[in-house]
Design a protein around this ligand. Structure first.
Ligand code: TRP
Length: 465
């Protein structure tokens, strides 16, 4: 690939739009259902503490690296990596990082859209009053019924994919930027309304206790690994989504007063991580009180938001309204994440002289088609398993637990060891040399070792012993 590709996508109109877009990518299903329930599972406060440490020592340094590489290259992750390979005169094999990321993002999109479709379905289901005063059996039957109907799942998966690609097809400024400018503030408002509702639900103290009790005995080595994996997943690292967004980040901005200011990557990454973490915490504080106020068990996984919460909302005053709002929140969060899953590949095709519309149709259509495998995993193909795992289980595991950590590890190594040091230093342009040195130590040593530990543990758990 010796051709020189030119940046053709446009740039965010301000640094804050980049923050919104990257936070939009980070805040997703991972924050709203996964974080609260695994935090509770692994001892609440103890897990939260380890999770915060992982965000600080591994998540933020790798995010800085991803944004830095992206802005330096200015292209889609695949072309950014080939440009960096050329400029730094290193082995062409490193271009593989771009391809690996694009493939991971594409595969993640295929099933993310199916699960996000559940959230859309529940906006409808709660809004229509179908779950008003439903009994525990009825709520459970509604969720099981959804999973058992391939056509219903397919319909909502289709709608979600069309929404995602509709945004991506409109490009950086008219599509992505407009979407996140609307989605992110709405999301914050809905989240705060729900928090207020939870505070008044009667279960707030119990919810607080559940999330912030330092019970280290429930944590264990497994909890630490889970905290690390979650920190990584929730920040959307390892597949180039943040790299692609970084490519649209300006290096300098002109303030309203007419001064030019350098746009700092370090502090921007910090803000994104803080926002993402805050949303996860607030989601927990909005969800658990409602669960406890209704004397329910904080059950696990998908059940928590798709079974327990509709049950709780169905019993509460104004519950249908707030329940509908809640699923709207989940859908918005999922949409602002899925557009960043589609963007890297679409941008790559656009650089190869495709029209955005055609590229989005091709990528969306193919991801939609493969998503049918996930749809069928819950019903028609539920018995077609490998070692007890469905198509969806295997895909989800491979992407989240193998491909993303591998991508993150390679990105950290590339930024820390492979790329010429003055280049990355200049790109990041950190104000304080000490801060830069800390970043460099984290990205060269701490982050790779931590990711490697999780990675080896996962492989060992799956294929060893
Ligand atoms: N961060 C998203 C969430 O919390 C999920 C995710 C992981 C993601 N990696 C990504 C989203 C890459 C977009 C791009 O739900």
């Amino acid at each position: 690939m010796s051709k020189e590709y030119q940046p053709v996508h446009g740039v965010w109109t301000s640094r804050w739009v980049f923050v919104l877009a990257a936070a939009g990518s980070a805040v997703g299903l991972g924050n709203i259902w996964k974080f609260p329930y695994i935090a509770g599972d692994y001892g609440g406060g103890a897990f939260v503490l380890v999770y915060l440490i992982c965000i600080a020592l591994v998540g933020i340094p790798i995010m800085i690296a991803e944004i830095g590489l992206g802005r330096h290259g200015g292209l889609s992750p695949i072309h950014t990596m080939s440009k960096l390979v050329r400029d730094n005169e290193v082995s062409r094999k490193w271009t593989g990082v771009g391809f690996l990321g694009a493939l991971s993002g594409f595969l993640l999109l295929t099933f993310y859209s199916v699960v996000a479709g559940w959230a859309l379905y529940y906006v409808w289901e709660m809004g229509s009053g179908a779950l008003d005063k439903a009994s525990p059996e009825e709520v459970k039957a509604a969720f099981d019924g959804l999973l058992a109907s391939p056509w219903v799942l397919l319909g909502w998966h289709t709608l979600f994919m069309v929404l995602t690609m509709g945004v991506v097809a409109h490009g950086v400024e008219k599509g992505l930027e407009r979407a996140v400018r609307f989605l992110m503030p709405s999301l914050l408002v809905i989240l705060l309304i729900l928090l207020g509702y939870a505070i008044n639900s009667g279960g707030f103290t119990q919810g607080l206790e559940f999330m912030f009790t330092f019970d280290f005995s429930a944590l264990g080595a497994e909890g630490i690994l889970a905290a690390m994996g979650q920190a990584f997943f929730t920040l959307s690292l390892g597949l180039g989504a943040i790299m692609a967004y970084g490519a649209y980040m300006p290096r300098q901005i002109t303030t309203p007063g007419g001064e030019t200011k350098h746009v700092s990557i370090g502090s921007t990454a910090l803000i994104i991580a803080v926002l993402d973490t805050a949303v996860a915490m607030i989601a927990g504080l909005a969800i658990f009180p409602v669960v406890f106020a209704n004397g329910l068990e904080p059950s696990q996984g998908p059940g928590l938001i798709f079974v327990t919460l509709p049950l709780a909302f169905g019993q509460m005053p104004l519950g249908l309204f707030f329940g509908t709002l809640f699923f709207l929140l989940v859908s918005f969060a999922a949409l602002s994440s899925s557009i960043s899953l589609g963007e890297p590949l679409v941008a790559w095709l656009v650089e190869n002289e495709w029209s955005r519309r055609a590229a989005a149709t091709l990528i969306g259509g193919t991801a939609w088609f493969i998503g049918i495998g996930t749809v069928l995993s819950f019903n028609v193909w539920s018995d077609a398993t490998l070692g007890g795992n469905t198509f969806f289980d295997i895909l989800e595991f491979t992407v989240s637990n193998i491909m993303l950590p591998l991508g993150g590890l390679l990105i950290a190594i590339f930024a820390g060891w492979i790329m010429k040091e003055p280049r990355i230093r200049k790109e990041l342009a950190m104000q304080k040399f000490g801060v830069y040195m800390v970043w460099r130590a984290l990205v060269r040593v701490v982050a790779p070792l931590a990711v490697l530990a999780v990675f080896v543990h996962t492989l060992w758990d799956t294929f060893g012993g």
